[in-house]
Design a protein around this ligand. Structure first.
Ligand SMILES: O=C(O)CCC(=O)C(=O)O
Ligand SMILES: [Fe+2]
Length: 231
């Protein structure tokens, strides 16, 4: 049981739908959606250092190697963060399986049906060439960043962000910020078991992550990013 049943009863889903319709950008924040014990086990897996791989993107190129990165001016640097390499982790360390299983759950029919209901759109992987590359664990250290961007793309209907940071405090930074409307930006702290769902094509959905502070008690800010597509 990956989901906390209380969070998916019909009255809760009605509330999510209302909140979605009333917000700019179209987004909802659900705290405690997933089973806490399961997430605890996943967090333990993610502490292993050797399965994280640095990823860098500029605004003009999706993947940038070290030499290209050096030649990229700061203003063109878009993302620097670490990606968890699930298949390598599981091949080397069987106890990592729970973390990969969770990513697979997030792409499974049960969870995608829940998202379809909340957003009133049918999301499916039938035309997605490599579904698994749409759902990942990332971590951000104090030198990393996710600068302002939009996640919209034709057919991409829903973005999920899930935070896995126990005892995260305000001084640690790392908030997600949506541009919002008329200078009303929306700031969301990356708290444990907090799930943000948003429509990447809605007004004000451009977003970025505030810097994680140096000397933060926890060195890294962990999250899942998952994208969902319609037919
Ligand atoms: O980590 C976050 O809060 C946002 C990540 C993000 O914007 C992305 O993965 O596209
Ligand atoms: Fe994003």
């Amino acid at each position: 049981m990956w989901l906390n049943d209380q969070k998916i009863i019909p009255s809760a889903i009605r509330r999510y739908r209302k909140a979605l319709a009333a917000s700019t950008p179209r987004h909802i924040v659900i705290d405690g959606l997933f089973d806490q014990q399961k997430l605890d086990s996943i967090c333990a897996v993610l502490q292993q250092e050797q399965y994280w791989h640095s990823q860098k993107h500029s605004y003009s190129a999706l993947y940038v190697d070290e030499s290209q990165w050096h030649a990229t001016p700061d203003t063109e640097r878009f993302v620097q963060r670490d990606l968890w390499q699930g298949y390598i982790a599981v091949a080397n360390h069987a106890q990592s399986a729970i973390a990969l299983e969770f990513l697979q759950f997030l792409r499974g029919t049960e969870f995608m049906a829940l998202l379809s209901k909340i957003f009133d759109v049918q999301v499916t992987d039938i035309h997605v060439a490599k579904p698994e590359i749409n759902t990942n664990f990332f971590r951000l250290g104090a030198r990393d960043f996710v600068n302002q961007h939009a996640d919209d793309s034709p057919g991409r209907e829903i973005c999920l962000l899930l935070y896995l940071n126990k005892d995260w405090s305000n001084e640690q930074g790392g908030e997600l910020v949506f541009m919002g409307k008329d200078d009303h930006s929306v700031t969301i702290a990356p708290l444990y078991n907090r799930c943000v769902l948003f429509d990447p094509s809605s007004e004000g959905s451009e977003h970025w992550v505030k810097a994680v502070t140096h000397g933060a008690a926890a060195a890294y800010r962990y999250n899942v990013t998952s994208w969902y597509w319609s037919e």
